[in-house]
Design a protein around this ligand. Structure first.
Ligand SMILES: [Zn+2]
Length: 237
């Protein structure tokens, strides 16, 4: 069992020998909350300097995330438990990275005339809790204890409307391109932190909770890579 959190397994438990497991697990712990890693990026030239931890504050905000408040949020249902992480991808214009139109979409400022592909976005009111850019930058739009509008019509198990009980994490990307290592590093650190803060049981793709309607994060999303990097995992992952 994990030394990090009673009752939760770490992702390193598949390491056969205890010494190997120890070596797998310890570097992140020893480096502490103020550690950073350098990750080579293809999005920009050189390396991105990324935090290795993203603590969630009592106000549901991650201090190390850039805060861009979205109006597309509301209260979760009374007694809702945050026990699901939903992974998405998004890029605007589709397939183009590095612009600000995802910010504009999530803050209801997108200019529909800027791109013919935006016609379908008219009247759309959406958001996510987090957005991870290609260079690993983390942006937060909605505090975790609030409900972001990311999953739409959705179901997991016997429950519908996954927005009620999930945290939505968008990766800048598309279904047909691999994601950046910097994104996996930040996603793993963020998701691990969320698992220590909330009773997260599952981590799924949007396509898992809205099959037939959504396809993200798509076939290029490497779940095993994510699992390998996480220090604390949901029970079912
Ligand atoms: Zn999605």
């Amino acid at each position: 069992m994990s030394p990090l959190r009673e009752g939760r397994e770490t992702c390193r438990t598949w390491c056969a020998a205890p010494s190997v497991a120890f070596m797998c697990r310890v570097p992140r712990l020893l480096k502490g909350a103020d550690s950073f890693i350098a990750v080579k990026t293809t999005a920009g030239k050189g390396f991105a300097r990324l935090p290795m931890t993203f603590p969630v504050g009592a106000d549901g905000r991650v201090r190390r995330a850039r805060q861009v408040p979205s109006p597309n949020q509301d209260a979760r249902p009374e007694r809702a438990t945050i026990d699901l992480l939903v992974i998405h991808n998004i890029s605007l214009p589709p397939g183009q990275f590095g612009g600000d139109d995802v910010f504009r979409l999530f803050t209801n400022c997108i200019k529909l005339q800027d791109n013919p592909a935006y016609a379908s976005l008219e009247g759309l009111r959406v958001s996510a809790h987090f957005f991870i850019r290609r260079n690993g930058e983390l942006i937060q739009f909605v505090p975790c204890h609030r409900r972001a509008w990311h999953a739409g019509v959705s179901r997991w198990g016997m429950r519908t409307n996954c927005n009620d009980f999930s945290v939505g994490i968008e990766l800048e990307g598309t279904d047909d391109r691999p994601f950046e290592e910097a994104q996996y590093q930040v996603l793993a650190a963020l998701a691990s932190s969320l698992c220590t803060t909330y009773p997260v049981r599952d981590m799924l793709g949007h396509s898992d909770v809205a099959p037939g309607r959504k396809t993200d994060p798509g076939p290029h999303f490497d779940w095993q890579r994510l699992k390998h990097l996480m220090t604390v995992c949901p029970r079912h992952f």
